[in-house]
Design a binder for this molecule. Structure first.
Ligand SMILES: C[S@@+](CC[C@H](N)C(=O)[O-])C[C@H]1O[C@@H](n2cnc3c(N)ncnc32)[C@H](O)[C@@H]1O
Length: 275
């Protein structure tokens, strides 16, 4: 499969994948220094890095903010999580962060990518409180009704729903808003929805050509502006510090990457609580 460590054997999961096409989950894994990626993923990731060298650091920032959000929710008493667009397991997965604080907490991982799901299943074989299945976030009813979701998540109790760097892959606005609306109606008061969403707000390309090249490479995603992303939180109480550039979501210190130029992370983050 790739460089570095030997990747785990996925044969037992009968995963059918087309490795000749680049895939978001595996490109993200490559940017994070993981080894669950193929030549096509690395090639496109390198093309993006050539135009936009910040991509690697942005993947790390995203992961750090995810960790802070999950810690915040666990400390707020949430003990069941639905992580949609969870990605390929890497260090400090949601369940590791959550279960370090509350070992009995439950986590359901959902991703559209079969590789991500196969790796999650393998990693989670010995952890009865964490399960994964494959689904498209756009099929949100199926996700909410899925037997695995129902097995681990009691929707009569507060839930933490994570939509971390995934909604921008639902490029159709109506479809993306419908997903979040369905989630908001399925959860009870005291539940939370955490979102990190890609944006081009504040982006100043060094040249028009650079801007064009970046936009072309990023065209698989719908980068929404702050007002559009804020609409996902309608009906929820947004927790402090609000909807902010992701490096500014409860930063660890002023030395955090891109603290002073937070727009460079290309993302907004926020958590809303259902009243
Ligand atoms: C940038 S990664 C983010 C992974 C993880 N949430 C994180 O923040 O570290 C985006 C993930 O969303 C998944 N994804 C993209 N479109 C999706 C969809 N329509 N439904 C479910 N997952 C999707 C990709 O396979 C990938 O694993």
């Amino acid at each position: 499969m790739t460089q570095g460590n030997q990747p785990p054997n996925l044969d037992q999961f009968s995963v059918n994948i087309d490795t000749s096409k680049p895939n978001v989950a595996r490109m993200y894994d490559y940017l994070l220094g993981g080894y669950h990626n193929f030549e096509a993923d690395r090639q496109l990731a390198e093309q993006i890095l050539a135009v936009h060298p910040d991509s690697k650091i942005n993947a790390f920032i995203n992961r750090r903010v995810l960790k802070r959000m999950v810690e915040y929710l666990t400390q707020a008493g949430i003990s069941q999580f639905l992580d949609i667009g969870a990605g390929i397991p890497t260090v400090q997965n949601t369940h590791e962060v959550v279960q370090a604080i509350n070992p009995d907490a439950k986590v359901v991982y959902v991703d559209i990518d079969p590789i991500a799901v196969a790796h999650s299943k393998m990693l989670l074989a010995d952890n009865p409180n964490v399960k994964a299945f494959q689904a498209d976030a756009a099929q949100i009813e199926m996700i909410l009704d899925h037997p695995v979701t129902k097995e681990l998540i009691d929707f009569r109790q507060p839930v933490g729903v994570l939509l971390i760097s995934v909604l921008h892959y639902i490029t159709d606005d109506d479809a993306a808003f419908r997903v979040v609306e369905k989630i908001k109606s399925a959860i009870v008061s005291g539940s939370y929805v955490a979102i990190i969403h890609s944006t081009l707000d504040g982006y100043k390309p060094a040249s028009a050509e650079e801007g064009d090249r970046l936009l072309k490479l990023a065209s698989a995603a719908r980068h929404r502006d702050k007002a559009e992303i804020a609409q996902f939180f309608e009906g929820l109480e947004i927790v402090e510090p609000g909807l902010v550039y992701s490096p500014r979501w409860r930063p660890e210190s002023e030395d955090d990457p891109f603290y002073d130029e937070p727009w460079r992370a290309f993302g907004y983050g926020g958590i809303g609580r259902k009243p």
